[in-house]
Ligand binder design. Structure first.
Ligand SMILES: [Zn+2]
Ligand SMILES: [Zn+2]
Length: 346
């Protein structure tokens, strides 16, 4: 079968032929209908050889939806042809965190060498994907595969972050979304669907700000050195009760801290790697700073339910598997509106 692989450190990914995967006991083989192109793959492909955490070649793609093509021995509860979404942050399934559905925080994944598809294990940018356990699949139940696939990360990750700050986002509150790309443009819609908060979006281009307004941001502010002052002005000098940074680089993290209100939540979601110093006098009183990772199985089920209710409209641009390297190039250049989605059989 064809797969998009990251093969050489620093080189662009390539479409290559790989052996067809066969499901072993307990595994499920999916025919991939859609795979999402995520900015974190670009971060992975920028890491140096020293300390690179995954084996190469690596088939990319940690957002996937497909139809069940074959069941391994002993798999029950699924039938061939079922349309499903893949829950990506695989865990052991039995530790205390996994028992709560928080496989994203599995306590034993490191020790057992368990990796998500596309981030250590062969991912969804291929004609077929091997899923290690049926519990990592959620029925699409009528959702369009292209619109649904970004929800498995670009929907689930902001959903998890926003859900924790819901108590802070009552009437009269403000939520700031930094970066209105793949995750951010879904975050804006989640905030509108789940809270009465005023939503202020920040991004570096007018194009991205246009998308932010289109999907529900009340205010859209250019993310530059003046951004923090602009948000302060919008909030009558008080700042925002919740700030979500989907970029996570030095200037955005600095802005995130600078726009936080007293007792605000600042959530650093983007994997830019920048730090926000916490200490007395460095931020307004009692600001909480968090850096979460992905979301829980239950939350993926909730995000898909929200999409079924019509509350989310993910903007997508589709590419064939042969065009997948181009999708990454365009994302790297900031030229993708919303989420790029690869159709391996399209
Ligand atoms: Zn991602
Ligand atoms: Zn676990």
């Amino acid at each position: 079968m064809k797969a998009l692989q990251y093969r050489t450190i620093g080189a662009p990914p390539e479409v290559v032929g790989v052996p067809d995967p066969e499901p072993g006991p307990g595994q499920v083989l999916l025919k991939v209908t859609a795979a999402g192109v995520c900015h974190s793959d670009i971060a992975v492909m920028s890491w140096p050889t020293e300390g690179f955490p995954y084996e190469l070649p690596l088939t990319l793609g940690h957002e996937g939806v497909g139809t069940v093509a074959a069941l391994g021995a002993g798999v029950t509860g699924l039938r061939e042809g079922d349309a499903v979404a893949v829950y990506g942050p695989w865990g052991c399934g039995t530790c205390a965190k996994c028992a709560e559905g928080k496989e994203n925080y599995c306590l034993r994944a490191g020790e057992l060498g368990i990796h998500p598809p596309g981030l250590g294990r062969p991912g969804s940018m291929a004609e077929y994907l091997l899923v290690d356990d049926a519990r990592h699949l959620v029925p699409l139940d009528g959702l369009d595969p292209v619109a649904a696939v970004p929800l498995t990360d670009a929907g689930l990750t902001p959903y998890h972050a926003i859900k924790q700050s819901l108590p802070k986002l009552g009437p009269g509150s403000t939520a700031v979304v930094i970066g209105s790309g793949g995750l951010g443009h879904v975050a804006i819609q989640l905030l509108r669907a789940l809270t009465p908060a005023r939503v202020v979006a920040l991004d570096v281009s007018e194009e991205k700000l246009r998308l932010a307004r289109e999907v529900g941001a009340h205010e859209a502010v250019l993310s530059d050195a003046r951004a923090a002052a602009a948000v302060r002005e919008i909030t009558g000098g008080l700042g925002a009760e919740a700030v979500f940074d989907f970029v996570g680089v030095e200037p955005t993290v600095k802005t995130a801290g600078a726009v936080a209100a007293v007792e605000a939540d600042v959530t650093l979601v983007g994997i830019g790697g920048a730090a926000l110093p916490v200490g007395f006098g460095l931020l307004p009183f009692e600001v909480s700073v968090k850096a979460p990772y992905w979301g829980t199985r239950a939350e993926l089920i909730e995000v898909l339910a929200l999409a079924r209710s019509g509350a989310l409209s993910v903007h997508t641009e589709t590419f064939s598997l042969d065009e997948a390297p181009l999708a990454y190039e365009r994302l790297h250049a900031g030229a993708v509106d919303g989420r790029a989605v690869v159709l391996p059989h399209g």
